[in-house]
Design a protein around this ligand. Structure first.
Ligand SMILES: Cc1ncc(COP(=O)(O)O)c(C=O)c1O
Ligand SMILES: N[C@@H](CCCC[NH3+])C(=O)O
Length: 440
């Protein structure tokens, strides 16, 4: 059992996070409840930023907001001086609503619509990460009469297969994202972009996948990009000012996971880029990265109430909680593994092995198989660790289950930053059927 950030057991034998008793949080805000350890988010953000500062390298650390986006989160990211990666009009809208400086927003996506691109241009985002030829044509149309130029990166698929779940690898050649680095697509994209006076090519982007533990994939991706930069320097007289190596830095969900500290990933990336730069005799570009999971993943804990139980004699005991794949789809989608404790009985011995089921109407709605816990009773608070990334942001209303609220905790204080969805919210977009269809 691994305690993350400020998590500890308090004098009542309860799980405490950010100096706040989690059992009292459930009394105030109900369950299920997402709790974020703000100090841990800050620690991770500073870990990435300071590693670049120590290496004396110009950099931008952009929080990949798909991991968890909300106005409060964006305000925190802004306070920590990070940039922000958004991938949709909705994330961009949230960033603008949070007052996030547009010049530090990077706009991603493999199918940005004309409206989304226009929104990004009107907002004056710091960079558009262009993914495909269709997007170049949309951008050139939208910037036709523009007097200023829009900074872009071109996203490449470097042909690097990250060692992670198949659904979350993105750097392989057969991927929906980006221009092929090795099949001539990227050269075509460079010349198309260079022919547009209202588009300024800052450099290149790649992202090889997610929940990656070793640095070899990042180093290989950097090497592949720099091999190409060497060609382009000679053939196209083009030298980029930015190389963005994406996100994907892994975290410890369970004891089996062995992630590196943020600074260790950065040090290896910087070393690889510096080596390549000196081989090429070019100027050091700015290095940008885009951590999502590693900034918020282990800072998040979900608190559930235990409810019904079912024994399958000689096989297992199912403990159902009041959430499930509606607030954490990762076990169902990626067979993701998590650890859990009883937040109200932290000092008690783990006397049985049970499986935690969600309440959705799906056999696959299992949150954890075979977790050691004390004998669970209805009303116990099950705390599931490391749910801060791709939990709330992938939450859904399957079975019309309202999405849980989000609370930030720090220094003994808690603050509600996203309210619990209500049944009324759930029908808020519904309209009654008219007599045109319902013949009554
Ligand atoms: C382009 C891009 N950047 C950054 C990220 C963030 O990844 P992670 O949350 O694994 O750091 C993703 C998601 O995998 C991504 O697609
Ligand atoms: N949503 C995924 C990762 C995909 C990241 C987006 N490129 C996860 O939960 O692990």
């Amino acid at each position: 059992m691994h305690f993350h950030g400020t998590s500890r057991i308090n004098e009542k034998g309860h799980l405490e996070i950010g100096g706040v008793d989690t059992v009292s949080l459930t009394e105030t805000y109900g369950t299920p409840l997402y709790v974020y350890d703000v100090a841990l988010i800050r620690e991770r953000a500073r870990g990435f930023k300071q590693a670049f500062e120590r290496a004396n390298v110009k950099a931008q650390v952009a929080y990949a907001s798909k991991a968890f986006s909300s106005i409060a989160m964006f305000q925190l990211v802004e306070e920590e001086g990070l940039s922000l990666d958004v991938v949709s009009g909705g994330e961009l809208f949230t960033a603008i609503a949070a007052g996030f400086p547009a010049s530090r927003i990077h706009f991603h996506g493999n199918n940005k619509s004309r409206e989304e691109l226009k929104m990004a241009l009107d907002a004056g985002v710091g960079c558009i990460v262009v993914d495909n030829f269709y997007e170049i044509s949309l951008l050139s149309e939208l910037t036709q009469n523009s007097s200023s130029s829009v900074p872009v990166l071109l996203r490449v698929t470097p042909g690097v297969e990250a060692h992670t779940h198949d659904y979350i690898t993105t750097g392989q050649e057969d991927s929906k994202f980006g221009f092929g680095l090795l099949n001539g697509q990227i050269e075509k994209a460079i010349s198309m972009v260079q022919s547009q006076s209202a588009i300024e090519l800052l450099g290149f982007h790649c992202h090889i996948g997610s929940q990656i533990f070793d640095t070899a994939g990042f180093i290989l991706a950097a090497e592949k990009i720099f091999e190409k930069l060497r060609e382009w320097k000679e053939e196209l007289q083009y030298v980029p000012s930015v190389v963005n190596l994406g996100g994907g830095f892994g975290i410890r969900y369970t004891e089996e996971d062995e992630p590196l500290a943020p600074q260790a990933y950065v040090e290896k990336i910087v070393e690889a880029v510096k080596n390549q730069v000196s081989l090429l005799g070019m100027e050091m570009p700015e290095i940008w990265i885009e951590p999502g999971r590693s900034l918020v993943g282990d800072a998040g804990t979900t608190l559930y109430s235990a409810g019904s139980q079912k024994d399958v004699p000689d096989i297992r005991r199912y403990i159902s909680v009041d959430g499930g794949m509606s607030d954490n789809i990762r076990p169902a989608l990626y067979q993701a593994k998590y650890e859990a404790v009883l937040a109200n009985r932290m000092r008690e011995a783990h006397t049985e092995i049970v499986s935690i089921a969600g309440k959705c109407c799906e056999s696959g709605d299992m949150l954890i198989w075979d977790v050691p816990l004390p004998q669970v009773e209805a009303g116990d608070i099950v705390a599931m660790f490391c749910t801060g990334a791709y939990g709330y942001s992938m939450a859904n209303n399957y079975n019309r289950i309202p999405r849980p609220p989000v609370v930030f905790v720090e220094n003994g204080e808690s603050q509600l930053v996203i309210k619990r969805e209500t049944y009324q919210d759930l029908i808020g977009l519904d309209l009654p059927i008219s007599s045109k269809i319902l013949h009554r």
